[in-house]
Write a new protein. Structure first.
Length: 90
């Protein structure tokens, strides 16, 4: 998101729209976002879009500084999940 476009709800609405599409048209009951722990803006956007912190996977996310994964840097990765709620009966 360009700096001048931030804080207008565009990111949240975009994530919510893609999430709804993935649930509805993609048939996916559960989605997750892997977010760099240092990226506080993305973590907050995920929360505002309805995702919840589920767990932290140790050394799961790659920095992509090197072509060779064995030589690259890896960091812990918070997992934010969104699960499709079953419709209420009654």
């Amino acid at each position: 998101m360009r700096p001048e476009e931030r804080r207008r709800g565009i990111g949240v609405r975009s994530v919510q729209a893609v999430t709804a599409w993935a649930h509805r048209d993609g048939g996916l009951a559960r989605l997750w976002l892997e977010i760099d722990p240092a990226n506080t803006a993305s973590r907050e956007l995920a929360r505002r879009a309805g995702y919840q912190l589920e767990r932290r996977l140790p050394r799961h996310c790659r920095a992509w500084l090197e072509d060779d994964p064995a030589r690259d840097q890896w960091h812990d990765c918070p997992i934010f999940a969104h699960t499709l709620q079953a419709p209420r009966e009654g």
